[in-house]
Design a protein around this ligand. Structure first.
Ligand SMILES: Nc1ncnc2c1ncn2[C@@H]1O[C@H](COP(=O)(O)OP(=O)(O)O)[C@@H](O)[C@H]1O
Ligand SMILES: Nc1ccn([C@@H]2O[C@H](COP(=O)(O)OP(=O)(O)O)[C@@H](O)[C@H]2O)c(=O)n1
Length: 206
């Protein structure tokens, strides 16, 4: 079974994806880490994020796990990832790796922005996980604070809105709800509630 999870920043995609992967014993790929990784290498090498050809070259040789995850989770990395992710050639360069991961025997869980629309259009289960920008900003602010990176809630809200805007309006694989996805609004749900709702959707799909 392939479970495709998409949604905007800090909606709880990764949290749900990990829980479902553990529940069903499936491998899990956080595809956002690929774009964060490409952006990290660009920044480390002093390359401008807007240079599509350079970003494509980095993406073509990028190996998941080659950059310490801690260096990908920082506040500026979500924004930087969203800039390189808007380059069509970067998306093409990362396509095969994601499709190969998804085609493992037994299936897989992937989360990102275009899993149900581009990477796994035939996934048995497609979930679009969302929450209000205010709730998502509060969750992310708490996450940064617990990592020792305290931030202003207002600043995080502005950043989340900017990222939503860029991810939803780019020409290549924009963030949209797949026509056959089930939308899970997690604004008023705790993590256990989201997992229960997702398992109910999966059970209903047989
Ligand atoms: N339903 C929820 N209620 C409260 N906090 C949540 C919920 N889902 C996720 N979180 C927390 O919100 C933050 C962002 O979640 P995460 O799964 O990383 O989101 P995404 O992968 O969509 O960016 C994390 O700190 C996570 O623990
Ligand atoms: N499948 C994906 C995954 C991420 N991305 C991009 O990568 C950025 C970071 O993704 P992420 O999933 O790690 O970000 P969060 O939702 O965790 O904040 C997003 O804002 C997107 O621009 C994408 O374009 N396609």
């Amino acid at each position: 079974m392939i479970i495709a999870i998409d949604g905007p920043a800090a909606s709880g995609k990764g949290t749900l994806a990990k829980r479902l992967a553990a529940h069903f014993g499936l491998p899990y790929l956080d595809t956002g880490m690929l774009y964060r990784g490409v952006a990290r290498v660009m920044l480390d090498d002093g390359l401008p994020l807007g240079d599509e050809a350079a970003a494509e070259a980095v993406a073509q040789s990028f190996r998941p796990g080659s950059v310490d995850e801690e260096r990908l989770r920082g506040r500026e990395m979500g924004e930087a990832a969203s800039v390189v992710a808007a380059h069509p050639r970067v998306r093409t360069a990362l396509l095969a790796l994601q499709k190969t991961f998804a085609s493992q025997p037994g299936g897989a869980v992937l989360d990102g922005r275009d899993i149900g629309t581009v990477i796994c259009p035939d996934a048995e289960v497609k979930l679009f996980v969302t929450a209000t920008p205010e709730v998502r900003a509060a969750r992310r602010a708490q996450e940064f604070a617990s990592r020792g990176e305290p931030v202003s809630l207002d600043d995080i809200l502005v950043e989340i809105r900017q990222r939503d805007e860029r991810d939803s309006h780019r020409s290549s694989a924009p963030l949209v709800v797949a026509s056959d996805a089930v939308v899970l609004d997690t604004s008023a749900l705790d993590i256990a509630g989201v997992v229960t709702a997702a398992l109910a959707v999966i059970a209903a799909r047989g």
